[in-house]
Each structure stands twice: as structure tokens, then as C-alpha cells.
Design a protein. Structure first.
Length: 159
């Protein structure tokens, strides 16, 4: 009986744990631009922010043309990979872990390096010769991340 209860408990734990849903705050409609040498999307979409995961969907002609999910792994449409693999393939391998989640959460990147305020926005300028030249500005309704060396632009303008 003891083994049966233990087996039943473990079975329910894995069954329910595997079906856990991600809960998001109310989605924010936004104009979203993601441009890098490997990604090029610019259109209206939604940003869903949750405690453990962020989901970004860009629409074209009323259909989701691109879905980016940021959590323990990063998924482009249905292709998931580690954060490091995503940065290596789509952004820059030397970006610190959490950079993409911080951008879509409107939080400081690179540990808050050179964070200051300009005209009501929080701004960071992060430069490392030959690696990146980033200007990142954000406020409650917008984000602009531009890496001039690696030709990466992420803009979010919430409606």
C-alpha cells in the first residue's frame, strides 16, 4: 500500500507538473521591431509578461508570423535552444545571460552599467571595443535597444 501511494503521488506530480500553464499579466499591444543579421520582423503584436516567462508575438495579416518565448530556454516559433545558443545564433555571444528578458521586461541590462536618466527615460550606453556599442533606452511604454557594431535593433512601443 505504501509503494502504491508513493507511485500514485509521483505519477500525479509528474502529470500535473508537465501540464503546468504559464500565467501572464494582461498582454500589451505593441509595435515590435526585431532586426539582427538573422531575424527581421517589424509589425504590430503582443508582449505577454509573466513571472517565469515572456512571450512576444508579431502578427502579419491577422496571423502570428513570429513567436518568441523567453524562459529557461528561448524559443523562436517552436525551435527551442539555450539562451547562450540563441545569443550565438541571433544576437551576440558575449551578451550576459538575461539580456533579452531584461529588454522585454523594461529593466536595466549588463548589471545596470552606466544607467542614468535622460528626458524621462532610463538610458544605458555600453561600449566594448570590437564587441558591442549598445545604446539602450526604456520607460514605462517603450524600449529601444541598438547595438551599432552587431547591427541589432529591438524596439517596442506599447499602445
Amino acid at each position: 500500500m505504501k509503494n502504491f501511494c508513493k507511485t500514485l503521488f509521483l505519477g500525479l506530480f509528474f502529470l500535473l507538473g508537465g501540464c503546468a500553464k504559464h500565467y501572464y499579466e494582461a498582454p500589451k499591444a505593441a509595435l515590435i521591431v526585431i532586426k539582427s543579421p538573422e531575424l527581421k520582423y517589424a509589425d504590430m503584436g503582443f508582449v505577454y509578461r509573466g513571472k517565469k516567462q515572456i512571450k512576444v508575438q508579431i502578427y502579419a495579416s491577422g496571423h502570428a508570423a513570429f513567436t518568441l518565448t523567453i524562459g529557461k530556454r528561448i524559443c523562436v516559433d517552436s525551435q527551442c535552444m539555450s539562451e547562450e545558443a540563441f545569443y550565438r545564433k541571433y544576437l551576440h555571444v558575449r551578451y550576459p545571460q538575461g539580456t533579452l528578458a531584461h529588454i522585454f521586461s523594461k529593466r536595466a541590462i549588463f548589471g545596470g552599467e552606466d544607467l542614468h536618466e535622460e528626458k524621462g527615460k532610463k538610458v544605458q550606453h555600453i561600449y566594448e571595443a570590437g564587441r558591442f556599442d549598445i545604446i539602450y533606452a526604456f520607460d514605462a511604454t517603450s524600449v529601444r535597444f541598438k547595438d551599432r557594431i552587431n547591427h541589432i535593433l529591438i524596439k517596442i512601443t506599447e499602445k
